[in-house]
Design a protein around this ligand. Structure first.
Ligand SMILES: [Zn+2]
Length: 411
């Protein structure tokens, strides 16, 4: 269990203790423990394992026992007992600005309010204002705080979401076959608050990723973020010499993003290579054509193919072309980027990275794009994830006429 999860639960215990009017010393003990764990530079689970919880300043024996329970079982006796006493809707009241445990307890015990909706009703009907120490002005303030609460529901400050995103990304990267896992969306853009956690994963074994994903921890996210982490699963698939894709349509159509690339048989004629790529683009399964020319700077020339023809088909099929940012690839080239833009084809700048360091490569791709006069609107990376997803869905079309057989092409 993550430190932040323990912090959240200790805070919950303190809130529940306050709501049920228990000893203020106990409340303070749990709040202090939450603070201590929150600033801990090591995983709390490690301290529990080594039996070193007792050494934490400001954490008493009783609280340390609860922390050990939380880490070991995901809950503890005190928390369970208190949760049984307080309706979940009353806890929700605490998320409304200016409603603390005292006010929540007051409206709960005094008016039977057990939800935010009921609190609003009580405020609008005048019943709230009639409570001791409440008054009309305070009730009005609560009504507008409820409106603000609703509008920011499901968003948390960036600094709270970041550790979870980093943890999820690390876990995704540990899944065999994963080539790249990064956070996207509002998290990537470092916005002040984050709603959903958007994660981009590309893998050589997408089914494995998709089946591992639901097992990733989502508990804290469920409570704090409302939104669940979203995964955009992608894969780079080989374009075989026939123009067929090296995975069946059923698997590919399950994925959010399919990058298709030539990785073999570079010595075809220009006509054959063009036909090979065109066939792949016509499949209706491909979102991005990866490193379109196949060159490796200093070691492999680009294979011959008809760029104009490929661009024409890419535009018709809504397929984007990759600007592969690996310094030894830089493929498309700057000049080809410009041709793509003129042809109305979108580009994707990709780091093709197999580890986090390679993400720095991205800037090489950005330089190529700039030299090719691309603007933000030409590059799909600039889209918010929801729009990117929509874009990819639109360009997904499994052609009924497409088969993996490729008449006219020698294997
Ligand atoms: Zn490749």
């Amino acid at each position: 269990m993550e430190n932040a999860e323990v912090v959240a639960m200790l805070g919950e215990i303190a809130d529940l203790l306050e709501l049920t009017n228990e000893n203020p010393f106990k409340v303070r003990a749990y709040r202090r423990a939450a603070q201590v764990v929150d600033t801990l530079p090591v995983p709390i689970s490690e301290l529990v394992r080594k039996g070193e919880l007792g050494g934490l300043p400001g954490v008493g024996v009783h609280t340390a026992e609860r922390i050990a329970q939380l880490v070991e079982s995901g809950t503890c006796d005190v928390l369970e007992r208190l949760r049984g006493k307080v309706p979940p809707g009353v806890m929700e009241l605490l998320r409304v600005e200016s409603v603390g445990p005292k006010t929540a307890a007051l409206v709960w015990k005094g008016l039977g309010v057990t939800s935010v909706d009921a609190l609003e009703e009580a405020a609008l009907s005048g019943r709230l204002a009639s409570l001791p120490r409440m008054g009309a002005r305070r009730a009005e303030a609560i009504v507008s705080a409820i409106a603000r609460h609703r509008s920011r529901q499901g968003r948390v400050p960036l600094h709270r979401a970041l550790p979870y995103a980093e943890d999820l990304v690390a876990r995704l990267r540990a899944i065999p076959g994963v080539r790249q896992a990064i956070a996207a969306g509002s998290l990537r853009r470092h916005k002040e608050t984050v709603g959903d956690l958007d994660l981009l994963v590309s893998s050589t074994d997408p089914e494995r990723v998709v089946s591992a994903f639901p097992k990733l921890p989502g508990r804290w996210m469920d409570r704090e973020l409302r939104g669940r982490p979203h995964l955009l699963a992608g894969i780079e698939v080989d374009i075989l010499s026939t123009g067929a894709l090296d995975l069946d349509a059923g698997v590919l159509s399950e994925l959010d993003c399919v990058v298709a690339s030539v990785h073999s048989r570079f010595n075809m004629s220009s006509e054959e290579m063009t036909e090979r790529i065109v066939r792949a683009l016509r499949s209706g399964l491909v979102h991005v054509l990866g490193h379109p020319s196949g060159r490796l700077i200093g070691s492999r020339d680009p294979y011959p193919y008809d760029l104009e023809r490929v661009l024409e088909v890419a535009r018709e099929e809504g397929v984007a072309l990759e600007v592969n940012a690996q310094p030894e690839r830089l493929d498309l080239t700057d000049a080809a980027c410009r041709r793509a833009k003129e042809a109305g084809v979108k580009l994707v700048i990709s780091s093709d990275s197999h580890n986090a360091q390679h993400l720095d490569n991205l800037r090489h791709g950005v330089w190529v794009a700039r030299r090719g006069w691309l603007e933000a609107e030409d590059v799909l990376n600039t889209l918010p994830l929801s729009e990117l997803r929509r874009h990819f869905r639109r360009s997904r079309r499994v052609s009924s006429s497409w088969t993996s057989e490729a008449p006219g092409l020698s294997p």
